[in-house]
Ligand binder design. Sequence first.
Ligand SMILES: Nc1nc2c(ncn2[C@@H]2O[C@H](COP(=O)(O)OP(=O)(O)O)[C@@H](O)[C@H]2O)c(=O)[nH]1
Ligand SMILES: [Mg+2]
Length: 284
Amino acid sequence: MESEEVDENDEKLSTYNLQLSTPRIAIIGRPNVGKSSMINALMSDPQRQTSPKLVSDIPGTTRDATDARIRHADQEFVFVDTAGLRRKARIEKDLEGLSALRALQAIEDADVCVLLVNADEAVSNQDKKIAGAVIERGKGLIILINKIDLLKGEERAEKMIEARRAFHFCRYAPMLPVSAKTRENLPKLFPLATMVRRNMALRISPREFGAFLKDVIHGHPMSSLKSCKHIAQAGDTSPMFIMFVRNPKNVRVSQLRYIENRLRERFGLEGVPIRLVTKGPRDR
Ligand SMILES: Nc1nc2c(ncn2[C@@H]2O[C@H](COP(=O)(O)OP(=O)(O)O)[C@@H](O)[C@H]2O)c(=O)[nH]1
Ligand SMILES: [Mg+2]
């Protein structure tokens, strides 16, 4: 936690701690949601002809995470295809267990995770668990409702409402209806992934965070947070904010949620899981 040493007045401005490396984007989801088809569809026509075939005609045959380098608007992206994440009970063979582990590793190694779900069926618990695995690891998240070509007219809008409701615990994740088959909306994924990666890299300076906190708790009954005189943003990749207060036990979850929502409004953290932690004077 190197940033803990930063003095409140040292760093005045917030910055983007962006790496120059090529963005790594993991494509994740249950078997047969269209992960491999998606990567194939994201490739340009000439690239597709020279790339190894990702999509087999036999369903569920993607075994391991595979990298695909794809250029879009002069920017290179690495898309990582993963084997489907099944429920544990269904993992019978070692090979499948191993590829699930590799998929989790792909989430770990990614800058941004793109979760695919099927448009033609309700969001399942397994879909939610996979989103949970991304959030736990503090990674950027985008949700794609794939196979939207199977739905017509009003069904589409209804599907988006259902999916939003199912993923209520990560409302901050951009959600897009797409089709790997017709390529509908697919080009939008590139700027979306770039935006989420950039948001992930935002480092809010202690001074700016302090001013923000003072501003948003003004006039609210949050005496326990008023004692916060020092804030640190920890972690190199996942945005975690530590607020040092007099008595952490007095800070309620609802108050932290309020702060999180205001943070999102102020700093535009679409796609970014935020962790807000309180610590007492002795933890400093
Ligand atoms: N209608 C439709 N079918 C799709 C779409 N994307 C994938 N599929 C089909 O879904 C099946 C599973 O696709 P695949 O890419 O192998 O899924 P994966 O297991 O997640 O990699 C295949 O039969 C694909 O042709 C889509 O956007 N629309
Ligand atoms: Mg596959």
